[in-house]
Structure formats: structure tokens, C-alpha cells
Design a protein around this ligand. Structure first.
Ligand code: ZN
Length: 337
């Protein structure tokens, strides 16, 4: 019998949910999408209960350190839902049947069940943050700290974990955003990145600031705070010779190549490294796949002078909506941990 479960993918700033057919890992029906920044917590819960009937099975994929018994998340550093996220427990108490796992673990199970299949691989996520977990002989080995290895001890950039110079800062979208913010705080120039930040700020806040308003220190600071990784990648795609997008992209290209190298060597032997996360989305308008990951994968293979030297295939996951499918997979019987 076909088993339908709601998969729910929660990240720092939004949740997405849909019915998932656990026989084939395909989505059925529409995707419910809720952004946390324009709703208070009660409204988030209400929006869910308006769409998902009480009594339904919900499987949740969420970043952070998970307490499965208490159905809560600790140390969710960047979440707009707060440091301790209790949404899964509140849903359970509201009449749903809830199971949950850490996002990377959930997605690794989904990839194992519906994607790459019976191979040894690492699932690497590149988005706001970065992590990579190995899946060997069908077993997911949760390694929460891969992104927090040191990459540049002398860097001034502080990772969300509180340590200077973590690998995550140099390969993630949030890290690119931090570097650009630092640049614009130091240099009183404005370029296309600031324009993208300005457009997003106006859209989000309902304001109509223009370039002239950037002369106002406070407004300019707010716009700089709105700069995100994708603005830098979009700027690089448009004008690759201008700073700061030029040097940030070059620095990230090097770091991403190094991150692939570390995954391959630390988890050797692997058949593949499967990539996921917004930065690896080929259809994304920011073009981070074309300008960062394609050249990084080429550099990775080029540095291997013999094919058998930790040289796994590297590609983007074929599972659409792997976060939602990953959430639902928590209801599959083989998932115990
Ligand atoms: Zn860190």
C-alpha cells in the first residue's frame, strides 16, 4: 500500500512541506512554504494546521543538534525561530505524529533510498552553511563538525560556531556575504552588489530607497547588512573583473576545491560525492554552479594524477526537493538512529 507522509524541510528562515510517496520518494501535490520573517510563531503554527490535517504523519528535516525524544533542536545558531526550536514538539502536542532528524542525516538517508542507491558516498551540503557526511554500506555516519575544520587561522572572519577561520566561512553563501559586508564597511564605494542588496531590502521592508539614500550612514549600513552570498555570485556573473566579487569568488573557488579534496581524502574510499544545497543548484539565477562548483570540480579532478587516488565522481543530487523527501524518510522503517 502506498504510504503518504508529509515531509517538512525547516531551515533558518523558512519551512517547506509536501506529501511524499515513500515508495518512490516523489512529491505529490503542492508545496506549502512559510517564511518566518513575516509571521509570528502562532501564525506559523496556524498556517501549518490550515493546510496539513491533524493526525497526519510529519517527518522533519532540520539543522542543529537534535533531541529526538523531546522533539526539539538545540544550538540552532542561525535560526529565526530562536536558539532552541520547539516547533516539532509543538506540532506533536497539536495532534500530529512527528519524527525528525538532523537535516544532513535526513537527506543522506533520502539519497541512499531514492538517489544514488547502493554505493559508498558522501553527501555534501553547500548553502548558508556547509557539512558533509559519509554513507558507507547504506549506513549514515553523522559527522556534525566537518564544516568547522580550520581553514585559515589568520582570518578575521568568525564562523557561526564562534571559531575564527572555519572552512564553512570560506565555502558558504553566508561566508561570502560576510566578506562583502566587511569590504563595503571599510570602503566607501557602492557597486552592483549594493544595488542587489538595496532591491532586496526595499522588497522586504516595503521601502523605496534609492542610490542617493546611501549617503546616509544608517541607511547604507542597513543595506550592507542585507547583502547575501547570492548577490556576490550574481555580481560576479555580470562583472567578474570588479571587486569585491572577483576576490571573494576566487577565494571561495579555492576553498571549495579544498573542501572537496578533504571530503575525498578523509572519507576515502568513496564512489561519489553528491552535492546539494542552494549554491549547487544549476538553475539558480546567482550562477554559483557555473562560476564556483563547475570549476572547483574540474580543479579537483585535475589535481589527481592517477585515477584511483581518492577520485570519486562528483555531481549534484538528482532528487528534487531532497530536504522535503529527507524529512519524510524519517518515517521509513529502516531509520532507527
Ligand atoms: Zn565554525
Amino acid at each position: 500500500m502506498k504510504e503518504l507522509v508529509y515531509g517538512m524541510d525547516i531551515n533558518c528562515y523558512r519551512l517547506r512541506a509536501a506529501h511524499v510517496n515513500l515508495d518512490n520518494g516523489k512529491l505529490e501535490g503542492d508545496i506549502l512554504e512559510i517564511y518566518f520573517n513575516n509571521k509570528n510563531y502562532e501564525e506559523v503554527l496556524n498556517s501549518i494546521s490550515n493546510i496539513i490535517p491533524r493526525g497526519s504523519k510529519i517527518g522533519i528535516s532540520i539543522p542543529g543538534v537534535i533531541d529526538k525524544n523531546k522533539l526539539e533542536v538545540k544550538l540552532s545558531i542561525n535560526s529565526r525561530l530562536g536558539e532552541n526550536v520547539t516547533l516539532p514538539r509543538d506540532l506533536q502536542e497539536g495532534g500530529y505524529l512527528v519524527k525528525m532528524s538532523n537535516d544532513v542525516v535526513s537527506e543522506a538517508h533520502a539519497e541512499n533510498a531514492f538517489g544514488i542507491g547502493n554505493k559508498d558516498f558522501a553527501l555534501a551540503t553547500y548553502s548558508t552553511g556547509f557539512n558533509a557526511v559519509p554513507v558507507l554500506k547504506g549506513n549514515v555516519h553523522f559527522k556534525p563538525e566537518f564544516g568547522h575544520q580550520s581553514y585559515d587561522n589568520f582570518s578575521k572572519f568568525i564562523c557561526g560556531c564562534g571559531i575564527k577561520g572555519c572552512l564553512e566561512v570560506f565555502v558558504s553563501g553566508s561566508g561570502a556575504g560576510k566578506m562583502a559586508q566587511d569590504y563595503f564597511n571599510k570602503n566607501n564605494t557602492n557597486n552592483i552588489i549594493i544595488k542587489y542588496g538595496l532591491d532586496d531590502f526595499n522588497k522586504r521592508e516595503g521601502t523605496s530607497h534609492d542610490y542617493n539614500d546611501l549617503a546616509d550612514y544608517e541607511i547604507r549600513s542597513k543595506i550592507i547588512d542585507s547583502v547575501e552570498g547570492r548577490h556576490i555570485y550574481m555580481a560576479y556573473d555580470k562583472n567578474p573583473h570588479d571587486d569585491p566579487q572577483r576576490f571573494i569568488r576566487n577565494l571561495q573557488l579555492k576553498a571549495i576545491t579544498e573542501s572537496l579534496n578533504r571530503i575525498a581524502v578523509v572519507y576515502n574510499p568513496l564512489d561519489s560525492i553528491v552535492l546539494k544545497g542552494g549554491l549547487t543548484d544549476e538553475s539558480d539565477e546567482s550562477k554559483s554552479w557555473k562560476n564556483l562548483f563547475k570549476p572547483a570540480i574540474k580543479a579537483f579532478h585535475d589535481m589527481r594524477l592517477r585515477d584511483y587516488s581518492c577520485n570519486p565522481d562528483i555531481y549534484r543530487t538528482k532528487i528534487k526537493e531532497i530536504g522535503i523527501v529527507g524529512g519524510a524518510v524519517n518515517w521509513k522503517k529502516f531509520i532507527q538512529s
